[in-house]
Design a protein around this ligand. Structure first.
Ligand SMILES: [Zn+2]
Length: 333
């Protein structure tokens, strides 16, 4: 012990000695080097910047914002929300409000639904080969949007039927309150849903509702996932369609006769299509006859008959999840 202490003292003395004599004999100082004609690398950028920042408060603000933004970007990468190839991975919370065992969809079925979303949004769905040659050039391919389940919340209810009045999103009405809707896509599953006497497969809020208490997607249990779901809506495409709305896609017929869906590469069509139409299917709008893209996820055809988004639809979705987009909150939590 004594020996160690002595050693420590010696080190202290030596280092103090070095500090006093910071220039070792035989070593040139910078001034000496320059006078001897030897130039050391020098760069004035940071000094000039600091001077400019001192004089200009507006520049100082921009500098601060730049550093905050850079740190945020690095952090987003770290938590995996924006993947290395620019894909935005949306964290999903599934809220199951159930009365019967069948309505209490299993974890396996939820995983199945997330897998369908990931396949459809990345253009790796097994039926992508069915896209007609005519539409292949405007097919979205990978939309660069992915989904990751982060939590499942379950609650039993005595209610047998729900309407589209958002009660399932309120704990006070027997539903489940949303989990932070700015940062998570909330999906509610309910047993049965009707509107004006008709069965509704699902409904979604558009991006202008980003972060509001009722923001998210609702899907009837029989139309969620695949295993045990109700034919012909048993391939998980109700969620693909509703999440499309959540990401600002409109119905492909523009919800009007020959309406506008704000996408230029989806041919104008007269109205919604149902069932399994056979290709080609022609509609005439403003005197122009066109083959319509009824196999688009934003039409009303059966699950097995829809298998593509268009490039223009991808652009709309990307604009929503961009760092400047209405749903940029999905990139951070
Ligand atoms: Zn719809």
């Amino acid at each position: 012990m004594k020996k160690l202490l002595f050693g420590a003292c010696m080190l202290t003395v030596l280092s103090a000695c070095n500090q006093d004599n910071s220039t070792n004999p035989g070593e040139n100082t910078i001034d000496e080097s320059i006078s001897a004609g030897l130039v050391q690398r020098g760069c004035a950028s940071e000094e000039i910047r600091q001077e400019a920042l001192k004089k200009n408060p507006e520049l100082q603000q921009k500098f601060a914002a730049l550093e905050i933004n850079t740190e945020k970007f690095a952090n987003d990468l770290k938590v995996g929300k924006v993947l290395a190839d620019g894909t935005v991975e949306i964290p999903v919370v599934v809220n199951v409000v159930y009365k019967t065992t069948a309505e209490n969809v299993s974890d396996a079925r939820i995983a199945e639904q997330i897998a369908v979303l990931n396949a459809d949004y990345s253009g790796t769905n097994s039926d992508v080969s069915k896209i007609p040659a005519e539409f292949q050039s405007v097919s979205s391919g990978d939309t660069k949007v992915k989904f990751r389940l982060v939590n499942t919340v379950r609650k039993s209810t005595t209610k047998t039927s729900w309407s589209t009045n958002d009660d399932m999103k309120k704990a006070s009405k027997g539903g489940i309150d949303a989990t932070n809707p700015t940062n998570y896509l909330n999906i509610w599953i309910v047993g049965k849903m009707t509107s004006q006497g008709r069965t509704i497969l699902g409904y979604a809020t558009f991006p202008e509702s980003a972060g509001l208490w009722n923001d998210g997607v609702v899907i009837g249990a029989p139309y969620f996932g695949k295993t045990g779901a109700s034919s012909p809506f048993n391939l998980g495409r109700t969620a693909t369609h509703e999440v499309g709305h959540y990401l600002n896609l409109r119905h492909i017929w523009g919800d009007a006769n020959c309406g506008n869906d704000q996408v230029s590469d989806t041919p104008t069509q007269t109205t919604a299509n149902y069932g399994k139409p056979s290709y080609p299917l022609y509609n005439t709008c403003s005197g122009v006859q066109r083959s319509v893209m009824f196999m688009n996820y934003m039409d009303y055809v059966d699950d097995a008959a829809m298998f593509m988004f268009s490039s223009g639809q991808k652009t709309r979705m990307q604009s929503v999840v961009a760092s400047s987009g209405a749903r940029s909150g999905l990139r951070v939590y």
